[in-house]
Design a protein around this ligand. Structure first.
Ligand code: BYC
Length: 472
């Protein structure tokens, strides 16, 4: 399982012995690098960044730190070690050997899943490309770029699967992954949240908290796949995802801490008057990114999801973890899924379990999001501030699922109209004000913008005033 680091494309899949595949991937590589230079982080391509690079898939190897110029980053193809005699853990094929090749009848469905996953990775890099010009510190800038290079590596992970298992179709899909562009009217990214602008660092921290967490849950479901190369690919991707989530949650915690400090300093508890970010504005950004991210789970009653489960392509969260579930077939039983009832009331459908796996995954995700919000509120409580950040109701601001056709408030009550919903989302002036507050970067070692507290979590045990980025 050693990684061949000397190869043009570092890998642990023995590319050296598969001439055709190696050549195909090497012919995609220049297009990828052009994409990175055109649509990756703006203006930082010649700087040296203190980045983590995977040099092995074991505990020691996956986090090697050094200064790297981003276009020289060693993007590679890494799969978690194989599990001997791995069996499919759910669905109609429960107990059968996991597939090393794509079963013919599942080809189109599997390709669609891989392409949807792959499409989100470059999309997020595109969304975040201008944030470097308004970084609150060298530490945050480095974290942003770490997230970006790893999302780009996750693109490589999906492209490898497309090239190695889907022939000519796979090659065309890999090209299309570089052709679609976040927010473009004519050729947008596939899923909604990946076309929304990320123009401020508050957007970025919310995205990393809520949207990356959808990534964690979707990758965890695909890590259960009966298609073993996909499962192993996603398992290794998940090791990198934890840092992205901590960048998001920690970023917001530091904003909240700074805001609380500034509120206490002001006679009217007015954080804005002291140069900080007020909590009602922060709440509107939480409302936006949480509801956008819920849409990424698809419909809570989904025949697609039932097919994915039945055929063994996509399991539940930690499906194969011992003690997690008793029933891995889901042929009986239902899950209660809310829908709008008459006159603003809430009704519920008893959805057969296989059709409800999107809802099961989404509900587990919501429980984890609640923990992040509780961490932020602990800071407010400790500082004696009465305001509490809340997750909006999952009915609020939905574009997918049973609540998409009607208007609902963050409290979960019916809203008068769309304007009543919009009042709880970032207002046009919020983004303009925030962009002005966050204009320019703070690039002195150990310094931080005034709207965010200093970091508390070290990267690679380095001092917090470490030179995380050597601008060039
Ligand atoms: N926007 O039965 P339905 C990450 C489509 S994030 C637009 O309701 P299904 C990351 C759907 O495609 C994780 N369209 O849903 C995070 C379908 O279209 P088709 C990404 C949407 O299929 C941060 C139709 O509506 N990974 O990794 O059960 C940074 C009806 O679908 C949306 C995955 O998503 C939407 N929000 O579930 C970087 C995993 N939602 O097929 C990276 C792979 C649904 O009828 N994808 N539609 O044309 C999947 O598992 C599923 O495709 C979904 C949808 C969960 C997304």
């Amino acid at each position: 399982m050693g990684i061949d680091l000397s190869a043009r494309i570092p890998n642990n899949v023995d590319l050296a012995s598969d001439e055709k595949l190696r050549r195909a991937l090497e012919s995609w590589q220049p297009a990828f690098l052009d994409w990175w230079k055109e649509r990756g982080p703006e203006g930082l391509q010649t700087s040296e960044i203190y980045l983590r690079t995977a040099v092995g898939v074991d505990r020691e190897g996956w986090a090697h730190y050094d200064y790297v110029r981003m276009p020289e980053y060693r993007w590679g193809i890494f799969l978690a070690p194989p599990e001997p005699e791995r069996a499919i853990a759910f669905g109609d094929a429960l107990g059968r050997p996991a597939w090393q090749q794509v079963p013919g009848e599942l080809r189109a469905t599997l390709r669609r899943l891989i392409v949807t996953q792959g499409d989100t990775e470059p999309a997020s890099v595109e969304q975040q490309r201008r944030l470097g010009a308004r970084a609150p510190s060298l530490y945050d800038l480095r974290n942003l770029l770490q997230v970006n290079v790893e999302e780009a590596r996750h693109l490589w992970a999906m492209v490898y699967l497309l090239f190695s298992h889907f022939g000519r179709d796979g090659r065309e899909e890999a090209e299309a992954l570089l052709a679609r562009e976040s927010g473009e009217a004519d050729h947008p990214r596939i899923l909604g949240a990946f076309n929304r602008p990320i123009s401020t660092w508050l957007d970025f921290f919310c995205f990393a908290t809520f949207t990356d967490r959808d990534g964690k849950y979707q990758l965890a479901s695909l890590a259960e796949s009966g298609f073993d190369p996909l499962a192993r690919t996603c398992r290794f991707m998940l090791t990198e995802e934890a840092h992205h989530l901590s960048v998001g949650e920690g970023g917001i915690r530091r904003i909240v801490a700074r805001t609380a400090e500034l509120m206490k300093r002001d006679p009217n508890e007015d954080a804005r008057a002291q140069g900080g970010i007020d909590l009602p504005l922060l709440q509107r950004f939480v409302n936006h990114w949480f509801s956008e991210s819920l849409d990424l789970f698809g419909s809570p009653d989904s025949s697609n999801a039932a097919t994915y489960f039945a055929t063994g392509l996509k399991g539940r969260y930690q499906e194969s973890k011992a003690g997690m579930y008793d029933d891995h077939r889901l042929l009986d039983g239902t899950y209660a899924v809310e829908k709008p009832g008459a006159g603003g009331a809430i009704a519920s459908d008893a959805v057969p379990l296989r059709r409800a796996t999107n809802a099961l995954l989404q509900d587990a995700y919501v429980r984890e999001c609640e923990k992040s919000v509780a961490h932020w509120n602990q800071v407010l409580q400790r500082e004696g501030i009465a305001f509490r950040i809340e997750l909006p109701s999952p009915r609020f601001n939905r574009k997918i699922g049973p609540f998409a056709e009607s208007a609902w408030l963050p409290s979960g009550s019916p809203a008068r109209d769309a304007a009543a919903v919009a009042a709880h989302l970032p207002l046009a002036e919020d983004s303009t004000w925030l962009e002005a507050l966050q204009s320019g970067s703070v690039l002195e070692r150990g310094q931080c913008a005034q709207w965010i507290a200093a970091p508390t979590h070290k990267i690679d045990a380095q001092a917090l005033d470490f030179e995380y980025v050597r601008l060039g």
